[in-house]
Design a binder for this molecule. Structure first.
Ligand code: SHR
Length: 626
């Protein structure tokens, strides 16, 4: 239920009822925190209407229509990596003049997060994967002590889960694991809160830690009466692409210069991978789709005693608990997070597909992205105590007043500053009401071409649908009091118009459903399949060049639309091409000018007016490019 707490006269804090999932039973503060907050004896009132609150606290994303304008909100928005699903919510936050304090960005001077549920993600994740391991081994023909461990949410608290794990561990130490399985190894990537939480649970089992270089040895010759653990840090598997070992400073600044050797050096000797790293868009992947193919090939372990009733394992890697939970991220083949309702899937590398089953070929994956809510009370107490020291500071926020009127502590100020680059980019790309707009100045409303390296001259930080849609609708602007209309096709940025024209020519910017693009329809490739599956590549290429010129044809080719990649069909040509370009031309983290940002007037006008009230005036200088 939502509660409002009066903290000071005129200062009301609200805690919203979580609605992101039925499982979400956490809160940002626990009752003890609220008692301490209500220090002027005002008490907390439980009420549906929280609109009188200045600051609204929550845990997970807020539905767009429930976002109350002009408030300060604190919650996990999951927008920092421009996560596609949450971009409409971010747009609404900007449009509604909301000041967002994202817990993920509350950091100390060294860049470490100060409030996080991470430890409980680790705790719950480890319990879940032990439960899943029991079920997977059963499907492979083995009853093991892990069968008696339930999913994390089946326990009243983590102590009860620990007890069940200790009991299972006792049986392991008594030699009750089937000998045909050989020794089991658990690899933990990362050393932060998540990793520590999961290792605390692991340590309830009879265990021995080994360094990464000993993994192979214990995987082959270790004892089946204990479980081997190994914590793998970046320095153990990251190497420079151009030669050389891991350099922390350089990696922080240039993760793209590194590759991971995890798949070759660590994964072949890993039975259960507990992935606890923080993954950023530019970071190297730990396991790619081709790596999985290799790792899930049958292994030959003739030294293990097997029989019809006690078969050998198909391969070493049995399960992955991807607590890091970035679809397509560090574990490339994890393309959709699992949920508390359906916690596991079995990824079959041969078919590059996963099934909701424990039986059959593959590796079991658990990638729930809200695991701490499986232990809601404990994780709320833990989180509330971390957040409490910042509550007063956050409560001082008045979203209708400029930032410099506030005296935030460095931790809170740091979060708010993260909004500046966004505003600046938007300012760079937008044409404000009242400015003069000729066909030349209009070019300034597009991203700077010098920051683009593809045929569209755009890179996308999320779904590019809006950008493409704008190319078939005219933009309106005010010029010296007169309403003008600007046709995007007439923009003369080199390459952009040709490419857009080509996309339009092939009907790829059409927002209406197309039968060939029905998600359940037959598989097709891009233009070759979409236009005429019988035409040869060379002929299509020539025809294309004749119709749209060589530059246009080159552009279409460079976007991969003439290749034989299968189309992920999203119903309409526009949605399908948007999905494709969003993936292909992704910018990654927003770092430079020239990226695509929310550019509807409702979004940027509120930003511009906020900037104006902060004394920053947008000024546009435009010059013709040719
Ligand atoms: N890595 C992914 C998914 C993160 C999901 C984390 N969920 C946690 C958030 C809590 C925390 O970070 O402290 C949750 O518990 O819901 C991404 O970045 O989008």
């Amino acid at each position: 239920m939502p509660i409002s707490v009066v903290v000071l006269p005129g200062k009301v804090l609200a805690i919203r009822r979580e609605d992101q999932s039925v499982w979400e039973r956490r809160a940002p503060f626990c009752p003890t925190n609220v008692n301490r907050l209500s220090y002027i004896n005002a008490g907390a009132s439980v009420q549906e209407d929280i609109s009188e609150a200045n600051v609204i606290f929550g845990v997970k994303q807020v539905p767009i229509d429930l976002l109350i304008p002009n408030k300060t909100y604190c919650f996990f928005s999951h927008t920092i990596k421009a996560q596609e699903a949450n971009m409409p919510m971010l747009d609404a936050i900007l449009a509604k003049n909301i000041r967002l304090i994202d817990y993920e960005k509350l950091m100390d001077r060294s860049g470490n997060r100060v409030v996080a549920f991470g430890k409980y993600a680790g705790v719950a994740g480890m319990i879940n994967i032990l439960h899943g391991l029991g079920l997977r081994l059963l499907a492979l023909g083995h009853h093991t002590p892990f069968m008696h461990i339930g999913p994390a949410h089946n326990y009243r608290n983590s102590s009860m889960a620990r007890q069940a794990i200790r009991d299972a561990g006792y049986e392991v130490s008594l030699g009750m694991m089937p000998k045909s399985l050989g020794p089991l190894t658990f690899v933990f990537t990362g050393s932060g809160n998540v990793s520590q939480g999961s290792q605390e649970i692991f340590q309830e089992l009879p265990h021995e830690y080994v360094p990464p270089e000993m993994l192979r040895k214990v995987a082959e010759h270790g004892s089946p009466n204990k479980i081997y653990g190994c914590e793998v840090r970046r320095r153990h598997h990251l190497v420079r692409k151009n030669g050389g070992g891991y350099d922390h400073q350089e990696y922080e600044e240039h993760p793209e210069r590194y590759i991971s050797t995890f798949a070759q050096k660590i994964a072949p000797y890993t039975s259960v991978l507990v992935n606890c790293i923080y993954w950023a868009v530019d970071s190297p992947k730990l396991l790619t789709i081709p790596d999985a193919k290799h790792l899930l090939l049958p292994t030959h372990t003739p030294w293990l005693p097997t029989s019809v009733g006690a078969p050998a394992l198909p391969h070493r890697m049995l399960a992955i608990c991807d607590i890091s939970a970035d679809p397509g991220g560090s574990i490339e083949f994890m393309n959709e997070c699992t949920t508390i309702d359906t916690p596991f899937c079995l990824y079959d590398a041969d078919r590059n597909k996963d099934t909701k089953s424990f039986k059959g070929p593959g590796v079991l994956v658990c990638s729930i992205d809200n695991m701490p809510t499986q232990l809601p009370r404990e994780s709320t107490d833990f989180f509330g105590d971390l957040l409490f020291p910042y509550a007063d500071d956050i409560l001082a926020s008045d979203a209708s007043r400029p930032l410099e009127d506030h005296k935030f502590s460095p931790v809170v100020q740091g979060v708010l500053i993260t909004f500046w680059p966004w505003s600046a980019f938007t300012m760079y790309r937008t044409t404000e009401e009242g400015s003069t707009l000729s066909s030349h100045t209009a070019e300034a409303s597009l991203p700077a071409p010098e920051f683009s390296d593809n045929a569209l001259r755009y890179k996308f930080s999320w779904n590019p649908r809006g950008v493409l849609l704008n190319t078939i609708s005219a933009a309106k602007y005010l010029s010296r009091g007169q309403l003008g209309v600007f046709i995007p096709n007439e923009v003369h940025i080199s390459g952009f118009a040709e490419t857009i024209k080509a996309l339009q020519l092939f009907g790829l910017v059409d927002p209406n459903p197309h039968p060939s693009l029905h998600p359940e329809g037959p598989q097709i490739t891009w233009l070759l399949g979409l236009m005429d599956s019988s035409i040869f590549y060379e002929n299509l290429r020539t025809r294309l060049s004749e119709r749209i010129g060589e530059r246009g044809a080159l552009a279409v080719e460079s976007l991969g639309l003439l290749g034989d990649e299968l189309v992920v069909k999203c119903g309409s040509p526009l949605d399908t091409i948007s999905h494709y370009l969003g993936k292909r031309l992704t910018l990654g983290e927003i770092q430079e000018r020239g990226v695509v940002l929310p550019f509807a007037p409702v979004v940027y006008k509120s930003l511009l007016s906020r900037l104006r009230s902060d004394g920053i005036i947008a000024r546009e200088v435009s010059r013709p490019l040719n």
